[in-house]
Design a protein around this ligand. Structure first.
Ligand SMILES: Cc1cc2nc3c(=O)[nH]c(=O)nc-3n(C[C@H](O)[C@H](O)[C@H](O)COP(=O)(O)O)c2cc1C
Length: 711
């Protein structure tokens, strides 16, 4: 394969007078890494410094409060509302500059999303009193999650109230933005971005749905954009025309009838440019009452979701245009080459891989740790926790969590080549230990490989980790089961067991029939792996003939091929019932429904997908609903019959759900057999990942990374 280069993405660029070493920006992302009093401390400085060290042209501190605590969103975000915040911000600027990077602050007034106003019982500033709306989020959340999300609203004195901005309020807001920009400039910050999107104050003025004013700030797009224009002008007046200022704008408001649309956004962008804005950062918003809003709007699930909007805006203005939204480097390179946009802002990719730009520049594309779009990052923000990343345990902890060389190099045996085993081997090797990794299959990746058939980003993580094994020269022994005898021969100083999970057939009457498959059997069927002969017994004559004729996939663990070919044929009937609505059940349901199967998920508990981070769960449920999957929570299985599953629900009673095939996505238990036998033989061993307790990728990577740093 030819080495990928990114000549356009990595070429120098400029916004106004600001020179940028390449076209990769780090999106503004609220991280909750600020200090509790709004200060910019070592934790958040280290987080951004790591991305600057990694070659990012410009990092943006998201949602910096201009009036803290008034009009501010989340408790531990950074503030710039008083001079006392300047030293921390100046230190951040120094640390970013020391690596040749640039830094912007995204200035924010949270308006109708000012959680700190709710907590304090202050009314939130809005252009017009909002229409009441009912959120659908509750139906996807567990009781505990609902309580955690609602906590600020339940504190003593908290209340949700609004205040329609008077002219004085508006002037005050304009002054706060200008003061904030002046402080940023004094602190040595390179630019400011005005947050004009995502339902915060300025975007509610711009939105024709949220702004119903009849004064000069309401009505026409010019009037609705007036607050933004005044803010830009005031900043330019205060800090001088040379200080770069740009704004983030919603190109559209998804699911909002009568909301912002691209035609209006295009005009707002022109007005911003006329007022002196040096660039436009394109984004989108979606009705926040819709659980899927976050992944349809700014933290989009759809690759390149905002690119067409950005192209439209680029044609309407003469200033640079910045675009985010799941843009892969090769796509970004092409967009810049073709003059469609000027800069690519990357969010989740840079949380997962701070060294992204440097790695692209040095031709180490395979060494880029991928974001798996599991939404652990943004789900943490929902709970007001500090940001964290499922694949990069260092994210948000850079100040305390570096990989430090060991003083006592050891010989370590790792059993199991799934994500937990590989992440352990990676970190331990980097620390200077010598690792031998045993994997009984012929491929690395474990269950994550199967998970990648249903959810492609998981496969990227497996490839990244497998590539790390190779480049770090880890002694990987494929097709080798690490028996206690084998381990004794190796005589390691430490043994780490990462043998993953195994799936037990649950004691459901009828579960042993031929049309009932376990998750493992389904995998065998669609990949035709080594265990195929056993599962083939369960197929009909015609299904076996199809498989024999090679019409099915052909033995492969290439996820892309499996995904493509399984669209043509699978030995699975039209009506499928999946027993178990956990993470595995939901991913399988999406895989099968996308292949024209009528899928029903039966889940005994009250919630589906409880193991997913909440934002990923919202998205998964949305995708399933779109595909017509029927989800039946609180439904237990009484018996699997020949063509149906007999179920019981507390209200609906006993019901039959028709099924040609039944897939059992329950009964996943830790596979700790080896660990137990080692302990019985008096050999100490560490247990990580699903082998110690089912925690999926997030848990596996987390435990592996912690242990490798400790040993
Ligand atoms: C954890 C998280 C926090 C975010 N916070 C902000 C924010 O404070 N301000 C903002 O304008 N956008 C915010 N966003 C949206 C991002 O700036 C960006 O639009 C989004 O992540 C899409 O880019 P990506 O696909 O490269 O991640 C946030 C996104 C994430 C994932």
């Amino acid at each position: 394969m030819p080495t990928l280069t990114f000549p356009h993405l990595l070429s120098a660029g400029r916004i106004g007078n600001l020179e940028l070493r390449n076209r990769i920006f780090m999106c503004p992302m609220g991280s909750n890494l600020g200090e509790p009093d709004g200060a910019c401390g070592d934790r958040i400085q280290s987080y951004f410094e790591a991305r600057a060290r990694g070659g990012t042209a410009l990092v943006t501190v998201g949602s910096v409060s201009i009036g803290w605590p008034v009009g501010s969103g989340n408790a531990p975000n950074v503030a710039i509302s008083e001079d006392r915040f300047i030293p921390g911000i100046a230190e951040l600027a120094n640390r970013v500059h020391s690596h040749g990077g640039k830094v912007a602050l995204q200035l924010q007034h949270a308006g109708a999303n000012a959680v700190n106003d709710i907590i304090a019982g202050r009314p939130m500033l809005v252009p017009s009193e909002p229409e009441p709306s009912e959120s659908d989020m509750g139906s996807y959340l567990t009781k505990d999650e609902q309580t955690r999300i609602a906590t600020p609203h339940q504190q003593e004195g908290a209340r949700v109230a609004y205040r329609e901005a008077t002219r004085d309020d508006i002037q005050n807001v304009v002054r706060l933005f200008a003061d904030a920009a002046a402080r940023a400039s004094r602190a040595g910050i390179d630019a400011v971005e005005i947050h004009g999107g995502h339902g915060y104050l300025i975007s509610t003025f711009i939105s024709p749905y949220r702004n119903r004013r009849t004064d000069e700030y309401g009505g026409s797009v010019e009037n609705r954009s007036r607050l933004l224009v005044e803010v830009i002008e005031a900043i330019k007046d205060r800090v001088g025309a040379d200080f770069p200022v740009w704004c983030r704008l919603d190109a559209t408001e998804f699911f909002v009838d009568g909301g912002t649309r691209i035609e209006g956004a295009r005009r707002t962008a022109q007005l911003a440019a006329e007022a002196g804005a040096d660039a436009i950062h394109v984004s989108a918003h979606a009705d926040p009452a819709r659980a899927v809003g976050v992944t349809e709007g700014h933290a989009t699930h759809t690759p390149c979701h905002f690119v067409d909007f950005a192209k439209t805006i680029k044609k309407a203005v003469a200033i640079p245009v910045i675009v985010p939204g799941r843009i892969e480097p090769e796509v970004g390179d092409k967009l810049i080459r073709d003059g469609d946009v000027d800069f690519i802002s990357m969010g989740r990719k840079l949380i997962a891989e701070p060294e992204l730009a440097n790695k692209l520049g040095s031709g180490q594309v395979e060494a880029v740790r991928p974001c798996i779009y599991c939404y652990v990052c943004i789900s943490s923000i929902f709970f007001r926790d500090r940001i964290r990343c499922a694949v990069n345990r260092e994210a948000g902890r850079e100040f305390e969590y570096a990989i430090v060389p060991t003083k006592e190099p050891k010989k370590i045996a790792v059993v199991g080549g799934g994500p937990a085993g590989m992440e352990f081997a990676r970190v331990a090797t980097l620390r200077g230990h010598t690792v031998t990794l045993f994997e009984r299959e012929q491929n690395l990746g474990g269950t994550a490989v199967f998970a990648s058939y249903a959810y492609e980003p998981n496969g990227r993580l497996v490839r990244y980790l497998a590539n790390e094994m190779q480049s770090l020269d880890v002694d990987v022994r494929l097709g080798t089961a690490a028996t206690p005898a084998e381990l004794t021969r190796l005589a390691p100083d430490e043994i780490v067991v990462a043998t993953g999970a195994r799936r037990e057939i649950p004691p459901i009457p009828g579960a042993n029939q031929d049309h009932v498959f376990s998750g493992d059997e389904l995998r065998t069927l669609i990949t035709q792996d080594d265990n195929i002969s056993e599962v083939r017994q369960k197929l009909s004559w015609s299904q076996r003939t199809m498989m024999g004729a090679g019409a099915i996939i052909g033995a492969t663990s290439d996820a892309k091929r499996v995904r493509q070919l399984s669209r043509l044929w699978m030995p699975i009937g039209k009506r499928v019932v999946i027993v178990g609505g956990g993470l595995v059940g939901l991913e399988l349901a999406e895989f099968l429904a996308a292949r024209s199967r009528d899928v029903t998920i039966l889940e005994e508990g009250a919630n589906l997908g409880a193991e997913f981070a909440i934002v990923r769960r919202f998205r998964a449920m949305h995708e399933l609903e779109k595909l017509g999957v029927r989800s039946l929570p609180s439904t237990s299985v009484l018996e699997i019959e020949e063509n149906a599953v007999r179920t019981q629900h507390p209200d609906r009673g006993v019901e039959l759900v028709r099924a040609d095939n039944v897939i059992l996505a329950v009964g996943t238990v830790p596979n700790s057999t080896l660990h137990e036998s080692l302990l019985e033989a008096g050999t100490a061993a560490h247990l990580i990942g699903d082998a110690g307790g089912i925690g999926y990728l997030d848990g596996a990577i987390g435990e592996a990374s912690e242990l490798a740093r400790r040993l």
